[in-house]
Design a protein around this ligand. Structure first.
Ligand SMILES: NC(=O)C1=CN([C@@H]2O[C@H](COP(=O)(O)OP(=O)(O)OC[C@H]3O[C@@H](n4cnc5c(N)ncnc54)[C@H](OP(=O)(O)O)[C@@H]3O)[C@@H](O)[C@H]2O)C=CC1
Ligand SMILES: Nc1nc2c(ncn2[C@@H]2O[C@H](COP(=O)(O)O)[C@@H](O)[C@H]2O)c(=O)[nH]1
Ligand SMILES: [K+]
Length: 484
C-alpha cells in the first residue's frame, strides 16, 4: 500500500479513500478473498468474541460461508466443547433447519423463526420425518396458541439428500432451478426415509456456489474460541484445543502487558497445532513483543469498537486505520499477520483494513443486529426489530465474568468499566441475516479489489493507493436518499 500524499497525522477509516488504478481483472468473481494467515478461512471476516455477537449459530453460519466466529472468553470451556462438537456435526452445505412437532403452537414457531433467516419451520413427526412447513405468513391472523398442525402446509419443494452426491456446483445449479420452478424460497432436505437432514433456501443455494466453507482437515466446519489472560490459561487453552477449536484467541483489552506475554508462553508450551491470535495492540512495539511471546496473528484495535468507551475514559487508543497499517507492516516483516478489530460499519472499512495489510477484519456490533447473534429479537415502540448489544468490558459483562468470585472482588472489578452495557442494534429489514451482511461486505471488497487491479488479498495490499480526505470528502461519498 502507498499513500497518495504522506499523512501528517494518524487516520481513521473515514479519513481515507482508495484511488482506482489500472486493472486487468475482468470480473469481480475472479477475485480470491482467502486470507493467507494459516486459519483456513476463505473470506477475511471474523465475528468478534463478544457475548452479544457470537454463539453457535453465528459460528456455524459464518464457517459455512468461509468465515470464522470466535466464541467469547466468558463461555465456560465445557460449553465451548459442547458448542464445538455441535458445530462440527453440522453439514457444510445444508443449513440447520428449525424443527417443531405438530402439537407445538404458533407462538413456538414465531419465537423460533427469529433465530434463523429461513423464515420457515419444518414440522416433523417423532421420527424427524417431514410432515410439512410453516412460514411467518402462515402464522398471520391466527390464534397464537393454535397448533402447528392446524396451520402447516405441504412443502412447496422437498429436496432429496441424494441430489447432492457427485460434483457440487452442477448439483446446486440444478437445485436452484428446482426452487425457481416450484416458486419456493425454502426447502427441507430429506433422506430416503423422509427424515429431515437439513434445509436450504434459494439464496443459500446461490451462496454455496460463490462461498467456500471454512473446513478442518476432516471436512468439518471450523470453530474459533477465546481465552482471557487471568487464571490457569494453560489449562483453559488445553481444554479448548482438546475440544477441537481450530483457532485460539488470547484476548485482553491491553495486549501489550506482562500478563499477556505470560499467557502466550503458557499457550505456546502446549505446542498448539492451530494458529494463536493475541491482542489488542496498536503499534509496532506491541506486535514485536506478542510475536516474540508466541502469537501468530496480532489483533489490532484499542478504542474503535462501537461498544467501547476506552478512548473517552482513558484517552488511550489510536485511530484504527493507522494502527492497522503500522501493525501490519511490522507483522509482515516478522512473518506474522494482523486482524483489524473494531469500528467497522461499512464494507469500505473492511476494504481499507485489508488494503492496509490486515489478513482479516473482526466485526462485532454490526453482526449483533442479525438473526444469528445470540440475543432475543426485540421490537421497539415503532415496530423496528433490534437486538441488544453490550461491551465485553461493560459492567454487564464484568458482572457476568466475575459471577463466581466473592462480593469484595466483584465490587472492586466493577469499578473499571470501559464499555456500554446496553445498546440497540437494529436489524436492517433488507438484510436481517449475517449472510446478507457477508454478501454486502464481500461484494464491496471484491469490487474494491478490481478497482485496484488485484486478484487476491496480497496483491490488493501491494497495489492499493490510499488518499487522505477531508470531512467534506467523506460526506461527498455518501449516497443521498432524499433531495438536498
Ligand atoms: N479492543 C479494545 O479497545 C478493548 C477491548 N476490551 C475487551 O473487553 C474484554 C475484557 O477485557 P479486559 O478488561 O482486559 O479483562 P480481562 O478479564 O482480560 O483481564 C484483564 C487483566 O489485565 C489487567 N490489566 C492491567 N491493565 C489493564 C487495563 N488497562 N485494562 C484492562 N485490564 C488491565 C487486569 O488487572 P486489574 O483488573 O487488576 O487491573 C486483569 O488482570 C475483552 O474481550 C477485551 O477484548 C476491553 C477494553 C478495550
Ligand atoms: N473498549 C472496549 N472494547 C470493546 C468492548 N467490547 C468489545 N470491544 C472491542 O470492540 C470490538 C468490536 O468492535 P465493533 O465496532 O465491531 O463492535 C471487539 O472485538 C473488542 O475488541 C468493551 O466493552 N470495551
Ligand atoms: K468507540
Amino acid at each position: 500500500m502507498r499513500f497518495l500524499n504522506e499523512p501528517s497525522t494518524d487516520l481513521t477509516y473515514s479519513d481515507v479513500f482508495l484511488v482506482p488504478s489500472r486493472s486487468d481483472v475482468v470480473s469481480r468473481l475472479d477475485v480470491d478473498l482467502s486470507p493467507q494467515d494459516g486459519t483456513g478461512a476463505s473470506i477475511p471476516v471474523v465475528a468478534a468474541n463478544m457475548t452479544a455477537v457470537t454463539g453457535r449459530r453465528m459460528v456455524e453460519t459464518l464457517a459455512r460461508r468461509g468465515g470464522l466466529a470466535v466464541l467469547p472468553q466468558d463461555v465456560p470451556v465445557e460449553v465451548i466443547a459442547e458448542v464445538a462438537a455441535w458445530v462440527k456435526d453440522r453439514h457444510p452445505v445444508y443449513e440447520t433447519p428449525l424443527r417443531l412437532r405438530p402439537d407445538n403452537t404458533v407462538i413456538d414457531a414465531l419465537h423460533l423463526m427469529a433465530k434463523r433467516s429461513h423464515g420457515a419451520v419444518v414440522v416433523v413427526d417423532g421420527g424427524q420425518r417431514c410432515l410439512g412447513e410453516v412460514s411467518a405468513r402462515d402464522c398471520e391472523g391466527v390464534d397464537r396458541f393454535a397448533s402447528l398442525e392446524s396451520v402447516m402446509r405441504p412443502t412447496l419443494l422437498t429436496l432429496q439428500a441424494s441430489m447432492f452426491t457427485g460434483e457440487l456446483v452442477p448439483a446446486l445449479r440444478k437445485v436452484f432451478e428446482l426452487f425457481d420452478g416450484a416458486g419456493a424460497a425454502f426447502a427441507p432436505v430429506v433422506d430416503d426415509d423422509g427424515v429431515v437432514q437439513g434445509a436450504l433456501t434459494r439464496t443459500g443455494v446461490l451462496r454455496s456456489t460463490i462461498y467456500r466453507p471454512a473446513l478442518d482437515a476432516d471436512g468439518r466446519l471450523k470453530v474459533a474460541a477465546a481465552v482471557g489472560i487471568n487464571g490457569d490459561v494453560r489449562a483453559k487453552a488445553a481444554a479448548l484445543l482438546e475440544a477441537g477449536v481450530d483457532v485460539l484467541v488470547v484476548d485482553t483489552a491491553h495486549g501489550h502487558q506482562a500478563k499477556m506475554f505470560e499467557a502466550l508462553r503458557a499457550v505456546r508450551s502446549l505446542d498448539p497445532a492451530v494458529p494463536v491470535v493475541a491482542g489488542n495492540v496498536v503499534g509496532a512495539g506491541g506486535v514485536r513483543d506478542l510475536v516474540e511471546a508466541g502469537a501468530d496473528i496480532i489483533k489490532v484495535g484499542v478504542g474503535p469498537g462501537a461498544m467501547c468507551t476506552t478512548r473517552m475514559m482513558t484517552a488511550v487508543g489510536r485511530p484504527q486505520f493507522s494502527a492497522v497499517y503500522e501493525c501490519a507492516r511490522e507483522a509482515r516483516r516478522l512473518g506474522a499477520h494482523v486482524w483489524a478489530d473494531g469500528g467497522v460499519r461499512y464494507p469500505r472499512d473492511v476494504a481499507l483494513a485489508l488494503a492496509a495489510g490486515a489478513s482479516q477484519v473482526m466485526i462485532g456490533s454490526w453482526f449483533a443486529g442479525t438473526h444469528e447473534s445470540p440475543g432475543d429479537l426485540l421490537t421497539d415502540s415503532s415496530g423496528r426489530e433490534y437486538k441488544e448489544s453490550f461491551g465485553m468490558a461493560s459492567s454487564r459483562a464484568v458482572q457476568q465474568r466475575t459471577r463466581t468470585e466473592g462480593a469484595f472482588e466483584r465490587a472492586r472489578k466493577g469499578l473499571f468499566e470501559e464499555g456500554i452495557s446496553s445498546s440497540r442494534m437494529f436489524l436492517d429489514p433488507a438484510r436481517p441475516g449475517v449472510e446478507d451482511l457477508l454478501d454486502l461486505i464481500t461484494s464491496g471488497v471484491r469490487s474494491a479489489m478490481t478497482y485496484a487491479g488485484a486478484l487476491d488479498l496480497e496483491q490488493f495490499h501491494e497495489r492499493a493507493v490510499v488518499g487522505v480526505q477531508s470531512a467534506a470528502g467523506y460526506e461527498e461519498g455518501r449516497p443521498v436518499p432524499q433531495s438536498w
